[in-house]
Design a protein around this ligand. Structure first.
Ligand SMILES: [Zn+2]
Ligand SMILES: [Zn+2]
Length: 240
């Protein structure tokens, strides 16, 4: 009889309390959503990020070469990214985005939250980079909104989805910096109804490439009274 109860309990534990977890990147058994080996390979916890564009830097610098020579984004008070947008990390971010698996961001909260707290000063609100309504209709969700709302919920910081994407821009990846900025001009605005913006915000997006999108959003926020704009992204490039 005791045996039976023990077996029932074991089964209940197996059913309801999943103990074994796997690394989302390599699939090996891991206590954390991303194992320590993958964290070293993609997150480079000991390398600095370019404060202007989020790029991972190889040396102890605070700006990448591009931003040092004035070719980077302006108007952002600090940018940090979690991982190197390559290999398994890039695949995972794309899986979240294009294969409709936003719940994977929830699994990553354990690594995202300590990172934002470590690298960005505390904000008054978390703001996602908006998606154009046509694209939102195609994809069904905005990964930046999912990411921002998870950060907001876990840290109990107000979530403000206060930007609108009013222009459906062509994909930025095909364009140079100047063209990107032209492409994005007047692409964003503050949603009607938001008049009193908070002083310090975290702007959240999935990936940063040149930083033009973040730059445009930061410009709109600052024009509307925000004093400091810090940005967080899941992925960025790495300076070699
Ligand atoms: Zn791994
Ligand atoms: Zn930079």
């Amino acid at each position: 009889m005791v045996d039976l109860f023990l077996r029932l309990k074991e089964n209940a534990v197996l059913l309801w309390y999943e103990k074994t977890t796997y690394c989302l990147l390599c699939g090996n058994v891991s206590e954390e959503p991303v194992c320590l080996i993958c964290q070293q390979a993609y997150f480079f916890p000991n390398l600095p990020r370019c404060g202007s564009c989020g790029k991972i830097l190889a040396e102890t610098k605070t700006r990448c070469r591009n931003c040092e020579t004035g070719k980077g984004p302006e108007g952002l008070d600090k940018v940090t990214c979690l991982g190197y947008y390559k290999g398994a990390w890039k695949e995972l971010v794309q899986q979240i985005k294009y294969k409709g698996q936003p719940y994977l961001i929830t699994s990553l909260a354990e690594v995202i939250i300590p990172w934002v707290i470590r690298w960005l000063p505390p904000p008054d609100a978390v703001v996602p980079v908006p998606m154009h309504p046509d694209r939102l209709a195609q994809r069904g969700f905005n990964q930046a909104e999912v990411l921002a709302s998870i950060i907001s919920r876990q840290l109990a910081i107000p979530y403000q989805n206060l930007l609108d994407r009013i222009k459906d821009t062509i994909p930025q990846t095909t364009l140079g910096r100047r063209q990107r900025l032209r492409n994005l001009r007047d692409a964003f605005s503050v949603k009607p109804g938001y008049s009193d913006l908070r002083e310090i915000v975290w702007l959240v997006d999935d990936v940063v490439t040149t930083g033009s999108t973040l730059e445009e959003c930061a410009g709109v926020l600052k024009k509307n009274g925000v004093k400091k704009v810090y940005a967080f992204c899941l992925g960025a490039g790495k300076e070699e």
